[in-house]
Design a protein around this ligand. Structure first.
Ligand SMILES: [Zn+2]
Length: 334
């Protein structure tokens, strides 16, 4: 301890405190979503240390210093065409990054000092990427739907190149294959195991009804169930009609394609929620902002994580190859 008052204190009453330790900063940021912050931190460290890790793996040695996050703070969220983009300011021991979500990417603040410019750049790049027909990837179970996703991409590409009625019929054929493949793939993933008298796998309507009926249960869900069932049924009928409609138009094919994508999205979300035992709303704070994600481990194992976006209550359900289920902690059901 230095008991001597320093020069500044002797001559001036105004003492400027030293900067806060960056690792302590998070304690003073209000409304921080710890789960989101952890994902951003893991993402940045993974991206920044990829070269270092490959060096280590190849030669057991590296010149590169490990880049570690000292502070991550969400600066803003902006919704553009219905997509939410979160922007994070991330400080590491070596520099500073903008990290922008949906899908997540990082930008050096040295190269791109303006946040607004970087956000515009990110949205521009992501729209161009989205315009390319590719298998979509997110965390929420697309691992299960590899062939379904490929069929949908084939249908999209066929649609892009289509000029004549036969081409539009072919789009219908691929959409129908996508829907039947979807049922087969979720059955293979063990998502349809608890059915006493299972319909044939090719019976799309019966399976859709089963998924919707068992998940959106209860009288309050009557209208939701009714809507989902007719969406699945009418979509299936539309797609089947298109496969042999001699007067099919571009608009018909587009409708069938978007119906197929929508049906797969909705049914997959229902199946995931059921498998993760995700409650409709948070047992702690009552919020309906529940996000369900699938985190694969190495091999066939993984876990379903249902998390409240508001209070961060979390429920983790682990699934192993023998589909035994271990519940870890409590986002309680109401
Ligand atoms: Zn909550």
């Amino acid at each position: 301890m230095n008991n001597q008052p320093d020069e500044a204190a002797k001559t001036d009453d105004c003492v400027v405190p030293p900067p806060l330790d960056k690792e302590e900063l998070h304690a003073f940021v209000l409304g921080m979503n710890e789960h989101q912050a952890r994902e951003i931190i893991e993402y940045v460290e993974w991206q920044c240390n990829a070269k270092r890790e490959s060096d280590l793996e190849k030669s057991g040695t590296t010149e590169l210093e490990e880049e570690l996050v000292e502070h991550a703070e969400k600066i803003k969220s902006e919704r553009v065409h219905g997509t939410d983009y979160d922007v994070w300011d991330v400080h590491t021991n070596q520099g500073r990054w903008w990290v922008i979500t949906s899908p997540t990417n990082l930008y050096s603040q040295t190269l791109m000092p303006s946040l607004d410019y970087t956000l515009s750049f990110h949205i521009g790049v992501m729209s161009r990427v989205a315009a390319k027909r590719e298998i979509r990837r997110d965390d929420s179970g697309d691992e299960v739907l590899l062939i379904t996703s490929r069929k949908i991409v084939q249908a999209q590409e066929r649609f892009d190149a289509a000029d004549e009625a036969e081409d539009f019929q072919a789009v219908g054929l691929l959409c129908r294959e996508a829907l039947t493949t979807f049922i087969r793939e979720i059955a293979e993933a063990g998502m349809l195991d608890k059915v006493p008298e299972p319909p044939k796998l090719s019976d799309f309507k019966a399976w859709a009804e089963h998924i919707i009926g068992s998940i959106a249960a209860g009288s309050s869900a009557e209208f939701v169930r009714g809507y989902l069932k007719s969406m699945a049924n009418k979509g299936w009928e539309l797609v089947n009609w298109l496969t042999h409609a001699k007067n099919a138009t571009r608009h018909d094919a587009q409708l069938a394609l978007s119906a197929t994508e929508y049906i797969v999205d909705q049914l997959m979300m229902l199946a995931l929620r059921s498998l993760a035992d995700a409650p409709e709303n948070c047992g702690k704070c009552g919020s309906f902002k529940i996000t369900v994600t699938w985190r694969p481990y190495i091999g066939d194992e993984g876990e379903y994580v249902a998390q409240c976006d508001v209070c961060n209550a979390i429920r983790v359900k682990q699934l192993s190859t023998d589909t035994s289920v271990i519940q870890k902690s409590g986002l309680a059901n109401r």
